[in-house]
Design a protein around this ligand. Sequence first.
Ligand SMILES: C[S@@+](CC[C@H](N)C(=O)[O-])C[C@H]1O[C@@H](n2cnc3c(N)ncnc32)[C@H](O)[C@@H]1O
Length: 251
Amino acid sequence: MIQLALIGIGTGNPDHLTLAAVNTLAQADVVLLPRKGKAKSDLLDLRRLICERWLSAKANIVEFDLPTRAAQGDYQQNVRQWHDAIAHCWQQLLATHCPQGGRAALLIWGDPSLYDSSLRITERLEAAGLPINVTVVPGITSLQVLTAAHRIPLNAIGAPVHITTGRQLREQGWPDGIDRVAVMLDSGGAFTTLPNPEHYDIWWGAYLGMPEQSLMAGRLDRISEPLLQHRQHLRDTQGWIMDIYLLARRG
Ligand SMILES: C[S@@+](CC[C@H](N)C(=O)[O-])C[C@H]1O[C@@H](n2cnc3c(N)ncnc32)[C@H](O)[C@@H]1O
């Protein structure tokens, strides 16, 4: 039997690792580390650093090239095929590096429950009959780091929060009956599609938990344009960007 742990590692700060994550890593025989292309090499460096710090000397680190998602065609179908390809890749790696079973680990950005596919991919491994037992070690999410950095509560008193993507906000607009929306995976400026930006506040953060962390907050109509310029500048300087924001209807 292969014991596969999906370990949430937080969002860029090695100190985000929980004691449960550290203990699970210390017991791992194999850690699979994805290479996601040049732009994400900073993120791979963090994973390497975590392994150096917390893995036992006998553990094996296996770096692999993550399959990429097709950009053209039906989005849902492309995602399904991409997950199939990653499942196949993990299956091969686990068969090669854990032939007698053992403890394997994957380091998952933030937490595996939030806009992450690893649990959907491990379901494929289980369905394919791989002798595998999957566990999750929860991690600190980018949403938590955003609210902590701005020192704000996520929800208004007794009120719901909607978590969505930039694409959904652009295509579907503001959800009915909701006053707070957290937006992730925005390729840039989905908030500019909202009518009446003076009716919203925004709390924005990029590279949260990392030395480059950058924050902006204010009334949306006042900071929308400077925020877009700032984001573009950061993206040009760093070569990549990851950002998240919380929007709240005023009053
Ligand atoms: C594929 S999702 C992964 C989310 C992750 N599982 C989590 O728990 O936060 C990637 C998105 O998370 C957000 N994100 C992750 N890390 C971030 C960081 N360090 N700073 C800002 N946003 C981040 C961004 O919205 C990014 O587009």
